[in-house]
Design a protein around this ligand. Structure first.
Ligand SMILES: Cc1cc2nc3c(=O)[nH]c(=O)nc-3n(C[C@H](O)[C@H](O)[C@H](O)COP(=O)(O)OP(=O)(O)OC[C@H]3O[C@@H](n4cnc5c(N)ncnc54)[C@H](O)[C@@H]3O)c2cc1C
Length: 468
């Protein structure tokens, strides 16, 4: 079915007149995630393949993950999740107070919002979901199972949102993941689903901390945890940076700075911005990395729903009788209820217009919560970087305990990317993944491909040097 026939099929009914005068608006386009041809770098080492994300400029994300800025109450997320007039429902990682900015949060939020909507709806109602990311797809599966007529509008020409597996067998032995990727041990539902779909995974564990002078002692997260715990006793929220300073630590000390860079790479924000009352998760000792395409997971959840790709919603008009959606192409379509899962960055930019405006509680939450920046770069080399990779058995999940540290931390110097995952020990492939967050991610995002590649190779310097 083409997009047009699908939309016409979905459009009959409830409050179509609300947007009768809606004028067509040009659809914004996301900046494509790039898999450019690697060019020789100034440092003479050239990868065989590289891919990088550009979430900062992607108009359907406008950032990577929500975070709680210092001074903001965690209850802002509950305020954002509050249903509006029984017609509008909100999901997405930013509405989850437990572990915002994660895939688990997206799943949980989709389950919560689907439950809220289901309780408000009569059997067989027509429901729209805006966004075919993990939150929207999770909700779609539940609502379809309950017999509602579900249409999912997705702005991009692909599903998955901030989960993006780049499948290119010529460049990559397994898909390069440019968005959500690593799964914590507590994300049992996601791990079960990957197992069910036979997606190969690897456990990434063990860390190597290195400066240009050689290996340095591993930096423990305990002092950071202690500083956060002490700051939580205060009458006012303090930033993670201020908490560390108050505890006598120097956040600029190279080892601690490398640890804080990895916190920024998972939270999207720097320690000066992060709340201690509602602190980010500190990097776990180990996580699970899917080595397969994540798209089928989302596809499976969307089964039974009508899916309309390349359909950015630009306007949501609601009253007591229903909801009307304005699609950027100029069409307007009516539904009984709508579930909105667009990223916080899109809500902040007012990329979606509401009529009437959202209640103050929602607008306050959107203004107060932060949208963090995370970018990722995947590099594949023809030769091992620092050590020959051991043979692995494709059928069995390997663990880094047997094969060497998977997480590299770059200590000192002026590296832009300080956190790297070395996939060679667990896959036998010379693939490394750099993850950068906060202000460094903004700088990285602003570089052209050649400069980004050079910055990545420069950042890897301490690890490359020791191979010679
Ligand atoms: C670089 C990076 C690394 C990450 N690493 C991890 C990790 O290791 N582990 C982890 O757990 N999480 C990680 N995350 C976070 C995780 O990917 C997200 O929390 C999760 O995927 C968000 O899902 P969502 O459904 O809430 O939002 P999204 O996936 O963003 O879905 C929202 C959807 O809405 C669509 N949309 C936007 N505007 C419109 C519109 N106007 N009309 C119609 N559709 C619209 C978007 O295109 C998108 O498909 C990472 C994120 C990034 C960016």
């Amino acid at each position: 079915m083409t997009r047009r026939t699908l939309l016409i099929g979905a459009g009959a009914g409830v409050v179509g007149i609300l947007l009768a005068s809606c004028t067509p608006e040009p659809a914004p386009t996301p900046t494509p995630d790039r898999s450019p041809t690697p060019q020789p770098t100034a440092g003479s080492i050239t990868p065989a393949a590289f891919a990088r994300s550009s979430w900062a400029t992607d108009s359907f994300a406008l950032g990577a993950a929500s975070f709680t800025p210092v001074g903001t109450q965690g209850s802002a997320r509950d305020a954002l999740a509050e249903p509006i007039d029984g017609r509008l429902f909100l999901a997405g990682e930013a509405t989850d107070a437990e572990a915002p900015g994660t895939m688990a949060a997206a799943v949980r939020s989709g389950e919560r919002a689907a439950g809220q909507l289901r309780r408000a709806a009569d059997d067989g109602e027509r429901v729209a979901i805006i966004g075919a990311g993990l939150a929207g797809a999770t909700a779609a599966a539940l609502l379809v199972a309950d017999g509602l007529q579900v249409t999912v509008f997705e702005a991009r020409d692909r599903i998955g949102g901030r989960i993006h597996s780049v499948v290119d067998e010529k460049a990559w032995p397994f898909p390069a993941q440019l968005g959500g990727w690593l799964i914590g041990a507590s994300d049992v539902a996601l791990l079960d689903e990957l197992n069910r779909l036979d997606v190969r995974t690897a456990t990434l564990a063990g860390s190597l901390w290195r400066s240009t002078d050689g290996d340095v002692d591993a930096v423990s997260t305990e002092p950071v945890q202690a500083a956060i715990a002490a700051a939580q006793q205060g009458l006012e929220d303090a930033s993670v940076e201020d908490a560390l300073t108050a505890a006598g630590a120097d956040p600029a000390e190279p080892g601690l700075a490398a640890l804080l860079a990895s916190v920024a790479a998972s939270s999207g924000a720097d320690p000066a911005s992060l709340s201690t009352w509602f602190p980010p998760s500190l990097p776990p000792d180990e996580s699970t990395a899917p080595l397969g395409d994540l798209t089928p997971t989302i596809e499976g959840l969307l089964e039974g729903a009508k899916l309309s790709l390349s359909s950015p919603v630009s306007r949501v008009a609601y009253d007591e009788s229903g909801v009307s959606l304005g699609i950027a192409s100029g069409e307007s379509l009516s539904f009984d209820r709508v579930l909105i899962t667009v990223p916080l960055g899109v809500l902040k930019s007012e990329g979606l217009q509401f009529a009437p405006a959202l209640p103050f509680g929602h607008r306050g939450a959107i203004a107060d919560l932060g949208m963090g920046q995370i970018e990722t770069i995947w590099l594949r080399f023809d030769d091992p970087l620092i050590a020959a990779a051991p043979e692995t058995d494709d059928d069995a999940d390997a663990t880094a305990d047997e094969t060497g540290p998977a997480i590299w931390h770059v200590v000192g110097g002026d590296a832009l990317i300080r956190t790297w995952y070395n996939l060679a020990p667990v896959t036998g492939e010379n693939v490394v993944v750099g993850i950068v967050g906060g202000e460094a991610a903004e700088k990285f995002a602003a570089l052209d491909d050649q400069k980004a590649l050079e910055a990545a190779i420069d950042s890897l310097g301490p690890f490359l040097a020791s191979s010679s």
